[in-house]
Design a protein around this ligand. Structure first.
Ligand SMILES: [Zn+2]
Length: 113
């Protein structure tokens, strides 16, 4: 039968050890979380940059194109991919939709032509 003092010391050591272990694990988890978050943020920034770049490119490309309704230069070219996706959604009714027949969309008044 171990002495009371021995058991007490063992319990204390056990508690301290488990606390340290828990702390280390928490630290690692936190670090991983921060790393993941950083990676996620970096990815988001990259995507934002790509979107902004595309928008600028579109604006340059569409510089000579004006909205027939409001005269704005801020127009979007409706890409073939977008149209195809739309056709896939609405199917046989697609030709009835202006979005499919139009080439451009104004970002100011949303007019399509
Ligand atoms: Zn417009």
């Amino acid at each position: 039968m171990p002495s009371f003092g021995g058991v007490f010391v063992a319990v204390i050591i056990g508690t301290v050890l488990s606390m340290i272990l828990k702390r280390v694990t928490t630290d690692e988890t936190m670090k991983k979380k921060i790393r993941d978050h950083d990676a996620f943020k970096a990815k988001q920034i990259e995507e934002m940059k790509a979107i902004q770049f595309n928008q600028k490119l579109n604006q340059i490309k569409n510089l000579n194109i004006k909205c027939p309704t409001c005269g704005s230069n801020d127009v979007d070219r409706i890409s073939t991919g977008k149209k195809l996706a739309y056709v896939a959604t609405v199917g046989i009714l697609a030709p009835a939709f202006k979005k499919v027949r139009s080439q451009f969309q104004c970002r100011e008044c949303r007019y399509k032509w």
